[in-house]
Design a protein around this ligand. Sequence first.
Ligand code: DAT
Ligand code: MG
Length: 140
Amino acid sequence: MAVQRTFSIIKPDATKRNLTGAINAKIEASGLRIAAQKRLRLTEEQAGIFYEVHKGRPFYEELCAFMASGPIVAQVLEGENAIAKYREVMGATDPADAEEGTIRAEFAQSKGENSVHGSDAPETAEAEIAYFFSGLELVG
Ligand code: DAT
Ligand code: MG
């Protein structure tokens, strides 16, 4: 499998608790490289576009409000099989189901406030990276 890119977000619940460094340590320990990274704050509208696929689900409004509630860290991660690998490092959506040692098992507060986002497929990774980063910001 060739080197692949995935898109990651360290969510507001995690930046609020000063967990950016601890989460990045887990990412780097897994062998993934943080190829690009920036801290920013989304509006609810920008969060709504990012999570458009979930529009209409009962948790959508709450999710958008949460994602706009504080700073996030947007990242591009690189490595062998990066998309699946990062999903493993993150753990299950609900921290109660996440395997020991994963980011969500260790840091997530609930199914909604679950500390990190990671792309789920090559097409979504590409679109999500393009939503947050220009080509000039991807330095490897
Ligand atoms: P993941 O972030 O693991 O890819 P997802 O794409 O199904 O999960 O959902 C996106 C986010 O929406 C998830 O990280 C947290 C929130 N979410 C999903 N299901 C939820 C639920 N049943 N209640 C509250 N928030 C939920
Ligand atoms: Mg998802």
